[in-house]
Design a binder for this molecule. Structure first.
Ligand SMILES: [Zn+2]
Length: 238
C-alpha cells in the first residue's frame, strides 16, 4: 500500500489527510478529508481518482471535504456505523471486528472512544499501518471531549497491544507540542531526545515528523507509556 500524507489547514490546525493506494488493484482512498484543495492537488499529481473516503470520526476538520470530494470523485464514504448521523455523506457503516477491503488490502476497524464516542482506527495489519485520527498523535494524545478518561485509557491499551513494528499515522502534526510534556515527564530521557531530533529534521525539510513505529511511541509517548489509569490521570493533570 502506498501512503501519501497531505498537510491540510496548514498553520492553523495542521491536519493530516492521507491518500492511500492498494498497489495491486490501484484502488485508492482518502482518509479524513480535511481540506479539498491540497487533497485534489495530490490526487492530480498521482493521477488518482479515489474510490473511498474513510473517516476516523465526525469532527469537522476530518470530514469537512467529505461531500465535495464524494461528488468530485464519485467516492463512497465509510465511517463508524454508530456515528452515521454525524458523518456527512456516509454510505457504508462499519464497526469493530469488521474488515474493510481496499482492493487487496484489508483494514481492521478498532473502536476507540474517548476523544469522541464513535471514533475508530483504521488498522492495515498486512501493511503494518495504523491511522489513529485524533486518538494518538506523536508524543501526545487527543483531547477527551465526548468520552471518559476510562474510555481513553481502554483505547490506548488497544493500541499498545498492537505489534511494535506497526507504523502509525496521526490526524494532526502535533509533535513539537507533544514534545514539551514528553521531555518534562520523562526528565529529558535520551530516547525522547532522539525521537525529537528525528522529528525536527523532518519538519525542517517540510515533511511530516513521522511516521514512527509503535515501539518508539510506546516508549516515548508519556500517555501511551502510562502503566495505569491513575498514572494516565496524573500525567494529564487530572
Ligand atoms: Zn477530532
Amino acid at each position: 500500500m502506498k501512503i501519501t500524507p497531505i498537510l491540510c489547514r496548514a498553520g492553523t490546525m495542521d491536519n493530516y489527510s492521507y491518500l492511500i493506494t492498494d498497489e495491486q488493484s490501484g484502488i485508492s482512498a482518502i482518509i479524513d478529508p480535511s481540506e479539498s484543495a491540497p487533497i485534489i492537488e495530490t490526487c492530480r499529481q498521482q493521477n488518482i481518482q479515489p474510490e473511498y473516503i474513510l473517516n476516523t470520526h465526525h469532527h469537522f476538520d476530518h470530514t469537512d471535504s467529505n461531500l465535495e470530494l464524494k461528488s468530485l470523485f464519485h467516492a463512497r464514504i465509510v465511517g463508524h456505523a454508530a456515528d452515521a448521523a454525524r458523518i456527512p455523506g456516509i454510505d457504508i457503516g462499519i464497526k469493530e471486528g469488521e474488515t474493510f477491503n481496499l482492493g487487496e488490502t484489508p483494514a481492521q476497524i478498532i473502536s476507540t472512544n474517548g476523544h469522541t464516542i464513535g471514533h475508530i482506527l483504521w488498522y492495515f495489519a498486512k501493511d503494518k499501518a495504523l491511522f489513529t485520527g485524533d486518538v494518538l498523535f506523536n508524543l501526545c494524545i487527543g483531547g477527551i471531549f465526548e468520552g471518559t478518561i476510562e474510555q481513553m485509557w481502554a483505547s490506548l491499551q488497544k493500541i499498545k497491544a498492537l505489534p511494535d513494528n506497526v507504523m502509525f499515522y496521526p490526524g494532526h502534526e502535533y509533535t513539537l507540542y507533544g514534545a514539551r510534556d514528553a521531555l518534562r515527564i520523562s526528565n529529558n530521557a535520551p530516547e525522547v531526545i532522539k525521537y525529537l531530533e528525528l522529528a525536527q529534521n523532518n519538519l525542517k525539510k517540510g515533511l511530516p515528523a513521522g511516521p514512527y513505529c509503535l515501539k518508539d511511541e510506546k516508549q516515548c509517548n508519556p500517555y501511551l507509556s502510562a502503566q495505569s489509569l491513575v498514572e494516565l490521570e496524573q500525567r494529564l493533570g487530572y
